[in-house]
Design a protein around this ligand. Structure first.
Ligand code: SF4
Length: 218
């Protein structure tokens, strides 16, 4: 096949969950070609190897089919969202789309997973992600530092609550920017949170949103 590169592909965030249409799957198969390796990742993306010299064409065609394409590897993964079973408005679909647009694909020291749940039932497991967002009535709670792997697995700690939809994107991008600027090499996000402290992250959020974040450390 010659030189190949990987791309990460997923359907748009929507009511009903991670739904591909038959036409999208057909487009993936046709564009990737018979010899392509297509991997289903644990974070709801397909990794597809495509010929380097056809990458741009394939990415454009997949986007035309309504799919989202981001780089693989050391980036913020596309938002890992719930199925929005309570409906688009009640579960915060518009905010999730806006947030995903702002953060998916940002380069980071290690791959970063961000979870989003439209209610406290948290069926997308946001507390097992590096950053978890849970919609609570009309505002959002933010959790950080979930670690699902290894013998020291742990759930994320609550960083802030009562964040408005308008402030949520600023708050999350502020956390990611701070991590990028202050991580020691390829420091895992959960370790970074433990090292810099929740208080430091609350101050960072406050600087961006203009709010004073006063949560008790959990
Ligand atoms: S987190 Fe809540 S709104 Fe989202 S799918 Fe689960 S139960 Fe439904």
């Amino acid at each position: 096949m010659g030189e190949v590169v990987k791309i990460a592909v997923n359907p748009t965030i929507q009511v009903g969950g991670t739904l591909f249409t038959p036409a999208q799957l057909a487009a993936i198969g046709a564009l990737a070609g018979e010899e392509a390796k297509i991997e289903m990742t644990p974070f709801k993306q397909l990794y597809i190897e495509v010929p380097f010299d056809r990458r741009e064409h394939i990415v454009n065609e997949l986007r035309n089919a309504g799919l989202e394409i981001t780089p693989p590897g050391f980036v913020v993964k596309s938002l890992i969202a719930c199925n929005f079973c309570k409906g688009a408005e009640e579960a915060g679909l518009e905010t999730a789309l806006f947030l995903n647009e702002a953060i998916a694909g940002i380069e980071t020291p290690v791959p970063l997973k961000v979870g989003f749940a439209g209610c406290g039932l948290g069926t997308s497991e946001p507390l097992l992600k590096d950053i978890g967002i849970v919609k609570m009535r009309d505002t959002f709670d933010i959790y950080v530092g979930g670690e699902p792997k290894g013998l020291k697995a742990s759930v994320a700690k609550r960083l802030a609550s009562g964040i408005s939809g308008d402030d949520l994107v600023s708050a999350i991008t502020a956390i990611i920017d701070y991590y990028k600027a202050n991580a020691k090499g390829k420091e895992k996000f959960s370790r970074f949170v433990d090292r810099v402290s929740l208080e430091a992250l609350r101050r960072i959020i406050g600087t961006y949103t203009g709010e004073t974040i006063n949560e008790k450390a959990d």
